[in-house]
Design a protein around this ligand. Structure first.
Ligand SMILES: CC(C)(COP(=O)(O)OP(=O)(O)OC[C@H]1O[C@@H](n2cnc3c(N)ncnc32)[C@H](O)[C@@H]1OP(=O)(O)O)[C@@H](O)C(=O)NCCC(=O)NCCS
Length: 111
């Protein structure tokens, strides 16, 4: 079993997006963009998905996957799961949480 965790400062993601208009579309999938933009305050949702990419990357334990290939898909109940290049990652479990300032993601790879 492999683990990965990442903590992201929400203001940092907002800053990067404001500084570079291409940041969001470069980093996040169309599904993630639509999900986050539908929220009243999209920044915690973008930040936690950024954290999720890092957490999944750590759980994979190898550097072959670019962060942009990793995406979070949320089912109709809001439960998140990870995809790489649009495909579910077998055995990968993801849990996300965000507070006022920070977002955290925890990934477990069991296979
Ligand atoms: C799901 C729940 C535990 C989230 O807890 P929270 O303290 O409000 O928020 P957190 O910041 O810790 O977690 C938010 C993340 O939890 C994840 N999440 C949401 N629903 C989830 C679920 N059912 N199972 C697992 N993870 C879930 C999402 O990734 C979410 O992030 P996102 O909004 O960016 O996608 C909380 O909303 C809850 O207890 N819900 C009860 C069920 C409910 O109300 N359902 C409504 C439909 S009837």
């Amino acid at each position: 079993m492999e683990l990965g965790v990442d903590l992201v400062e929400i203001a940092r993601v907002k800053f990067l997006a404001r500084r570079n208009p291409k940041f969001l579309t470069r980093v996040f999938s169309a599904h993630e963009m639509a999900y986050c933009k539908a929220k009243k305050n999209p920044w915690p949702h973008f930040a936690v998905r950024f954290a999720a990419k890092e957490a999944v990357y750590k759980a994979l334990g190898k550097a072959e996957v670019p962060l942009t290939a990793i995406s979070v898909v949320s089912d109709r109940h809001g439960r998140p799961s990870a995809t790489i290049n649009g495909k579910r990652v077998r055995g990968m479990k993801l849990s996300l949480s965000h507070g006022r300032d920070h977002a955290v993601a925890f990934a477990v790879l069991a296979r």
